[in-house]
Write a protein that binds this ligand. Structure first.
Ligand code: ZN
Length: 132
């Protein structure tokens, strides 16, 4: 079951620079900054009510976030939907013939189980499913 919008992922060149938009201008707070080496990304989470904004900064010029910024500039990179059972949801999608980037859950920022659906099958929106 899909429970809610968990977070919106925003690709940024610099977390330190971009976070000022949310802290100085909007008065929000950054709660967690973390590096997920496997995905070549540094993340910062900014809670907004029940959802969050996730800032994503590449740790390497060949990482997915660096490539995204090169092609499309800084901006919204993915939306993440919270599910109660990620494994089951992935099975369901596979049976529907949905193209997945991750066939199996992997561990993302904050220890969440995550998997991405291929944007080719979702009209250009990169959708992350996550289970916390
Ligand atoms: Zn995310």
């Amino acid at each position: 079951m899909i429970e809610k919008l968990d977070h919106i992922g925003v690709a940024v060149k610099s977390i330190e620079e971009s976070m000022l938009v949310y802290t100085e201008i909007l008065g929000l707070k950054v709660t967690d900054i973390e590096t997920v080496e496997e995905q070549k990304v540094r993340t910062a989470f900014i809670p907004v009510g029940e959802s969050k904004i996730e800032l994503l900064e590449s740790t390497s010029p060949d990482g997915p976030i660096a490539k995204f910024i090169e092609k499309r500039g800084e901006g919204i990179q993915h939306i993440a939907l919270r599910v109660d059972d990620l494994k089951q949801k992935l099975e369901e999608l596979k049976q529907k013939g949905v193209r997945l980037i991750d066939e199996n859950p992997r561990i993302g920022a904050g220890g969440a189980k995550i998997a991405f659906i291929h944007p080719k099958t979702t009209k250009g929106i990169l959708i992350e499913l996550c289970e916390r």
